[in-house]
Write a protein that binds this ligand. Structure first.
Ligand code: PGA
Ligand code: ZN
Length: 406
């Protein structure tokens, strides 16, 4: 496929902040689009995000370089861009611009081949093997950290919902639980209007960082959902780490004390399944110590890398090798091309890690992450609360992972 034209335009994300949309045109001047989400609690090693002026320049450079080239695969185009950029973090061409082009091009290929986007990715990167796995839904219902204005150090309190029977029913149960939690929080705070965080979860104040876990665990038990609902946390701990200690609910904790705190939480709440970025993103050894400590439970507990591993094949291999993680977050814009994202997913799978394909806190109408999850047979998707800004992700999930896959 020959790319005739590349256009970058500024659009708004769900926070009302600027991000980009990329359009590419094929030889018939048919346009294909990709919108790029935007993170607020980014890992230090993530691909660079270019602002509008620099993004336009980068797109113009790439457009000139690909003139007349007939790319047969996504990888051919991605390799060309990676070579042109030549920096470890995509500083010259921008991860946002490169991913936009990579994704819009994959959509152009899907059109040409009369298949869905996920099928293009599945064929090219996952050997055409279609997995019967339907991902767990990680849904962030209470927001803290950088995503909210409340006092919670922990960024995300999630329910982790196992698809059981019809996916429509499963998502329906999640919607209902989100409402029930809202009612409980209205009673607790006495407020009619609950503030929401960036990902649609409730953003009220709590007595301490453990109270949301207790509250959700109690509600799960009260509504007899224990067989299907677990809990997950994203500490995003780099955001409260400061020169050797963690600022945690008014206390200054060292890593060992914070680890002990987490261990107690897992012991007290048997439904707690996972914790993402429990320590600063440069402290792999502390992740490994926690993983070891959580090894004694009957159900395998997940220590998840996000800022630690930034969808990088190399970092995933490194930290899996050190025993730091047994699951990873996958965010295409952390690494900047579909080729590298899929390589990271394949590496993770071959190391036995669970892969959770994730949105960003600043989202767009683009639902490509569900296609990525379907293509790779991911074990989880992390898509925020079932609230207006994330509904498109839920609907794409219902469309792409139909009940007959059971
Ligand atoms: P971000 O954070 O999208 O704001 O970077 C999400 C996360 O830490 O999982
Ligand atoms: Zn995270």
């Amino acid at each position: 496929m020959i790319i005739k034209d590349i256009v970058v335009r500024e659009i708004l994300d769900t926070r009302g902040e600027k991000t980009i949309e990329v359009a590419i045109a094929d030889e018939d001047l048919r346009a294909f689009y990709a919108q790029i989400p935007s993170g607020r609690s980014r890992g230090k090693s993530e691909a660079a995000v270019l602002g509008m002026a620099a993004a336009e320049n980068a797109a113009a450079k790439i457009e000139r370089a690909v003139q007349g080239v007939d790319f047969k695969t996504v990888e051919e185009l991605d390799r060309r861009m990676i070579e042109m950029d030549g920096t470890p973090n995509k500083e010259k061409l921008g991860g946002n611009v490169m991913l936009g082009i990579s994704l819009a091009f994959a959509r152009a290929l899907a059109f040409e081949r009369k298949v869905e986007l996920w099928q293009v990715l599945n064929e090219e990167f996952f050997g055409g093997k279609v997995s019967p796995v339907r991902p767990l839904i990680f849904s962030n219902l209470i927001n803290g950290g950088k995503h909210a204005k409340n006092d919670l150090p922990i960024q995300e309190y999630m329910v982790v919902v196992r698809p059981r029977g019809s996916y429509v029913k499963t998502v329906g149960k999640l919607m209902k639980f989100y409402e029930v939690l809202g009612e409980a929080l209205r009673r607790k705070t006495g407020e009619e209007e609950l503030p929401l965080g960036d990902e649609g979860g409730y953003a009220v104040n709590f007595e301490d960082a453990f109270e949301p876990v207790q509250l959700m665990a109690d509600l799960i038990a009260e509504h007899n959902l224990e067989d299907q609902f677990r809990l997950g946390l994203d500490a995003a701990a780099s955001s409260f780490y400061e020169s050797g200690h963690y600022n945690f609910g008014g206390l200054k904790l060292d890593a060992a004390t914070l680890r002990k705190t987490y261990e107690d939480w897992f012991a007290w709440a048997p439904g707690l399944l996972s914790i993402e970025d429990p320590f600063d993103e440069e402290k792999g050894a502390d992740f490994a110590a926690l993983r070891k400590a959580l090894g004694g439970f009957a159900e395998e507990k997940l220590v998840v890398g996000d800022d630690l591993t930034v969808t990088s094949e190399a970092l995933i291999k490194k930290y899996a090798g050190e025993g730091a993680v047994n699951a990873v977050i996958i965010k295409a814009n952390q690494i900047g091309t579909l080729t590298e994202t899929c390589a990271a997913m394949s590496a993770a799978a071959s190391l036995g890690l669970k892969r959770i394909v994730s949105h960003r806190s600043g989202e767009t109408e683009d639902n490509f992450l569900i296609h990525l999850a379907r293509a790779a047979g991911a074990e989880g998707v992390k898509i925020g609360a079932p609230h207006e800004s994330r509904i498109g992700k839920y609907n794409e999930l219902l469309r792409l992972l139909p009940d007959e896959m059971i």
